[in-house]
Structure formats: structure tokens, C-alpha cells
Design a protein around this ligand. Sequence first.
Ligand SMILES: Cc1cc2nc3c(=O)[nH]c(=O)nc-3n(C[C@H](O)[C@H](O)[C@H](O)COP(=O)(O)O)c2cc1C
Length: 361
Amino acid sequence: MADLSINIAGIPLTNPVMPAAGPPGWNGEAMKACAEGGAGAIVAKTVSVQPATVPTPNMARFPGGFLNTELWSELPVEQFIAREYPIARQAGVPLIVSLGYTAEEIAQLAPRVRPFADALELSTHYIGDDPAPMMDAIRAAKNAVDVPVLVKLSPFRDMTTAARAAAEAGADGIVAVNSFGPCLGVDIETGQMLMGSREGYGWLSGEALKPLALRCVFDVARAVDLPIVGVGGITRGSDAIEFLMTGASAVGVCTAAILKGPQVYGKIAREIAKWLDEHGYASVEDVRGLAIRRWREREFRTVHVPPTLDVDACTGCGLCEASCVYDAIHVIDDKAKLSPEACYGCGLCVTRCPVRALSIT
Ligand SMILES: Cc1cc2nc3c(=O)[nH]c(=O)nc-3n(C[C@H](O)[C@H](O)[C@H](O)COP(=O)(O)O)c2cc1C
């Protein structure tokens, strides 16, 4: 079986799948369940100097995505130190402690959580787009403790600038990304906003976030030479592979674990291993950054290159025909037939074909 072990900022993990800070790590028992469910590391819910006052309702599912307005933990850091982190440590996998937000707060919190932490993760969610407060927070953490300091970036900022600033301030790794927003959703039966925050605003996570998160990871990977934990919309092994190919060394999962339970971590790890085996890769490291290398090799083109059709593989399902706005592909006698002269080379049919009978490079 492919080797799933990785090393992130000096911390060895048996597999690259871990929770992303949030409800999966809301208390000690929940964190332990993540490890029992197969996570390679535990990431705790973000704590700050003051517990958060969280509006309700604060979580909602909609097709393809998820909204939340959960802020950071409602539990005091004293409780995490006295009870939750010690329980999480019983799981025997590395524990990453998430802290927020300002340099002053991090300077206070970091030494207190250090006895339990294999690494710190700093959330930058509520300190804005200017890199200066983030850099001060990183320096405060680095001055206070000797464990690796990861920085979690939110996706609304310039990722290149943020990642370079994080590296300059001494960060040991980047977590990308946090949820995106503000966003909005309405329950049309009640006319109520889905979120109970003052403006009704919520933050987007889950499947809909994945393309944005991948772009952010790609930008970070090209900007700095730091390990990256890719986060955003990962629900299955193939999602995780996309993040690895885009430059991540490990992946974080929050929404899928909220919706499906902590066993999802082991399931995603097994799916990664299966995919690597089936495709002849020996390790996670073998696919890391592959999409960046391919992107460098691929020539920018504007000429219409039609896809290649494997007629034997085609099942004649008709999805390609249904979505070809150029009328370039038709199913005749249960097989797709391509008209290269009509084809715009847009590539959509390739992504619609359920059996990969169509391909384009
Ligand atoms: C309900 C909820 C609470 C969250 N709380 C935190 C948090 O306390 N700290 C943090 O850094 N990110 C928090 N996040 C963001 C997640 O860690 C993650 O970055 C984001 O949800 C995207 O990943 P996903 O699509 O796998 O959920 C939260 C997300 C959700 C859905």
C-alpha cells in the first residue's frame, strides 16, 4: 500500500488527513473521536483570551455548501487547558492547538497551551487584510514557544502577499483556507435568514469552497517554500489528491466531518491510499505539486483542440451531447461521435463523461 506518512513542519504524521479547526475539535471527547476515526493529527477548535459569544442559529447545510457564523470557542481557554487538551492528548496523535487573534492575545495564550501542543495554528480570520497584525501575532507566538507555528489564512485576501509576510515573520507552515464570506442564505418557508448573526451573514465552507481553496493553495505554494495544509470542501480522497497536487503536504477537513462524523478522516485517508495504489504512486510525496509542474509545462493555447474519444469506453449515456452548446458531439448507435470541425475544445464534455471516455490535455 502507498506510504501515507508525511512530515509537516517537523511533525511526523501517519497520514495527511486532519480536522480543520471547528466543531470536530470542540471538546476533548470530540478531538479523541477524530483520532479514533482515523485522523493523522488533531486540530482543536480556536480559543482566544475571551470565550466567544456565538449567535444562533449558526450552522446551515444547503446543496453543495455550508454556512456558519460560529466564531471561535464559547468555552474558556482555562477549560481547554484543564480538561479538553489533556483528553485529546490521550489519543496519541499530534495535537495542533488553534489560537486567535492579536499579538497580545497570542503572547498570553501560547505559553499556557504549550504543554499540550505539538504545534500552534494561528487564525487570522478577525484581524483583517493588512499583513502587519498577522506578522506581529506570528512573532509573538515564535517568541513565546518552541513548537512549530502554522498560520491559517482566510481566502478573501491576497494570498501571495499574506504567505510571503507569514514566511518573513517566521511561520513554519500555512493552513489555507478558512471559510469565505460574508455570505447569505434564506429559509424561504419562514423568510428568515439561515444565520442568526446580526446582519444574517454567514461564512461559506464545504464543496462550494473547494475551487477557491485550491486556487489559494496554488498561490501560496508558488509564493513560499513552506509546508501547506490544504483546507476547503474536502469530502473524499480525490478532493485531497487535488490539494496535494496543488502543493499541499496535508489536508484539513471540517464540514464533511460535521455532516458525516469523525470516521470521515479514516475514510478519506483510505481513499487517498487506494487512489495512489491504483495510479502507481508509492507515496503522498510522489503527487505533491504535480499540478503545478503540469501547469508549467502546458502551453497557453487559444486554438480549438478537440478531445480524444475512446469509443470502446463510451457507454452512450448522452451527457456529453446534452451539454455541448456547439452541437459537436452526438450519440449515434449508442456511441458518442465527435465532429472536430464544430468542436470549440472547451473541455466541458470531458468533465461530464462519467467513464472518462473523453480526454483532453
Ligand atoms: C461551523 C464551523 C466552525 C468553524 N470554526 C473555526 C474556528 O474556530 N477556527 C478556524 O480557524 N476555522 C474555523 N472554521 C473553518 C474551518 O476550519 C475550515 O477552514 C473551513 O470550514 C473550510 O473547510 P471545510 O470546507 O472542510 O469545512 C469553522 C468552520 C465551520 C463550518
